[in-house]
Design a binder for this molecule. Structure first.
Ligand code: ADQ
Length: 459
């Protein structure tokens, strides 16, 4: 049986429980055959020349973890620069926030080449390589130029933008050609697949070989949607564990006279957090019966604080929350609670379960796992309602949520009101359908489906 090699920007020790759903899924896959997980250590070596990372190899059970350090210049250009100030904003349709600095692309290429050089001696002929996310798009092409013939699959966790948005990146053609070095490219949604195919059709005169494979730029690649899921059994266990139950109970007691609306995100401009506050304000304005009752709790964990756009977002959000509280608050009721912090993983299901409405309103999102976590954490006898942005990848699967346009505060306020007033029977029916789909397409399905398609893609 072939050995699996996973490559991602960051890696996690698969034996540690705090690692989260994705790490668990990849850890599971690696544990099955024994495997190798390769990535950046998270450390910045102050000394050292660009592109020359020091490698550390350690064993975690049957899985070998291999990491490299980055020097400051590589970290600034590859990670903060090209990955998070070009690819992240553009792939989330935020051309206004992109910073096309020529230094960044050089660092991005250099680190991908360095990853390829360091990985090469660790590879065996029959390995299968699974490369993750936008930091490493050109890795397969770099490995191929070094002579690698192993099967290679890529999964993009963020959205694939439409061709005209992609074309704003000065190196768009090089990036898209890089995808062609893989045997399989996995995307989150059918919309992403259609964007990819449209690009290669328009710019690379692609021919469709069959329903999944396209031939363009002189190469053939399979492109398919694999909507990522969560570990439903694990999250259900976490929901019923004492920590989550205590959190839920505590919230319900603390807010016994209120209706809770909950948002949990990384503080990122793609998540539509200010838009959510504006919609909530609209709700209080249009439907005054919610004043003194509806309480929006937003937990936004710090993220990429040293990229400018994130500092601006934080200020905007604090201003918005302050003005809603100032304009509508009462001595005994604070409409918005905003917490700029990570909460313990074990408490997340308790927070979700305590909320009558889960607000997941990204402006654009590859999938959005919080939407799925919110549904799984609900009491099936008395479930809360998921209000979900139509621009989250998850919206393709979770049709029984109330789908909203986050750019439209009035429409969103109407939907929140509908959620707050939804009869029990309708809530139960919607929850049942959502649960069934989330359970069927869980993270284990995602991993198996991708690896099976990768095997078939190069057969
Ligand atoms: P992210 O953008 O990080 O992931 P998401 O899918 O929502 O977004 O996952 C976030 C995870 O972090 C969830 O498990 C959530 O519970 C947790 N989390 C978020 N905020 C938290 C907080 N304040 N405290 C504690 N936990 C918090 C990227 C893509 C997504 C895609 C995933 C997986 O942007 O679109 O769904 O990868 O492919």
């Amino acid at each position: 049986m072939s050995r699996l090699v996973v490559i991602s920007n960051r890696i996690a020790d698969p034996r540690k429980p705090a690692a989260g759903g994705l790490a668990v899924a990849l850890g599971d896959a690696l544990n099955k055959t024994g495997g190798l997980w390769f990535g950046w250590s998270g450390n910045i070596a102050e000394e050292g020349s660009p592109g020359e990372g020091e490698m550390h190899v350690r064993q975690a059970g049957t899985v070998t973890l291999a990491t490299v350090n980055l020097c400051r210049e590589d970290h600034d250009t590859y990670y903060h620069g090209y990955s998070n100030s070009v690819l992240w904003p553009v792939f989330h349709y935020r051309l206004d926030l992109a910073d096309f600095n020529a230094r960044y692309i050089a660092g991005y290429r250099r680190v991908n080449q360095m990853f390829a050089r360091k990985l090469l001696p660790l590879l065996r002929d029959d390995d299968i390589l699974w490369i993750h996310d936008y930091h490493l798009i050109p890795l397969a092409a770099e490995l191929r130029t070094m002579g690698c013939r192993q099967r290679m699959g890529f999964f993009l966790h963020i959205p694939m933008p439409p061709p005209l948005i992609m074309a704003a990146i000065p190196q768009h053609e090089w990036l898209m050609r890089s995808f062609m070095a893989y045997d399989l490219v996995g995307l989150q949604s059918e919309a992403d697949v259609s964007h990819f195919k449209r690009y290669v059709r328009n710019e690379g005169s692609a021919e469709e070989v069959d329903s999944t494979r396209v031939r363009a730029f002189g190469a053939t690649v399979a492109v398919k949607a694999f909507p990522i899921g969560i570990d439903v059994d694990e999250f259900s266990r976490l929901t019923l564990a004492p920590e989550a139950m205590e959190t839920c109970q505590g919230m319900r007691e603390e807010y016994s006279r209120r209706r809770l609306l909950m948002g949990i995100d990384r503080l990122d401009y793609s998540k539509g957090i200010p838009h959510r506050v504006r919609a909530f304000r609209e709700l209080l304005d249009r439907y005054p019966e919610n004043r003194g009752s509806a309480t929006l709790i937003m937990i936004a964990s710090p993220s990429r604080d040293d990229v400018n756009a994130y500092g601006d977002l934080r200020q905007e959000l604090e201003g918005l929350c302050g003005s809603v509280n100032g304009d509508y608050g009462e001595l005994d009721w604070m409409p918005v609670r905003y917490i700029h912090r990570m909460v313990a993983r074990k408490r997340v299901p308790g927070l979700c379960r305590a909320a009558a409405v889960g607000l997941v309103t990204p402006l654009r999102d590859g999938m959005n796992l919080v939407a799925k976590e919110y549904v799984v954490a609900q009491d099936p006898e008395d479930p809360g309602v998921l209000v979900l942005s139509r621009f989250a990848g998850a919206a393709e699967q979770l049709k029984e949520a109330l789908l909203v346009n986050p750019y439209d505060p009035e429409g969103m306020a109407n939907c929140i009101q509908q959620a707050l007033q939804m009869p029990l029977e309708e809530r139960q029916q919607r929850h049942q359908k959502l649960m069934a789909r989330i359970r069927e397409f869980d993270v284990h399905w995602w991993r198996k489906a991708f690896l099976q398609a990768l095997n078939e893609a190069s057969a």
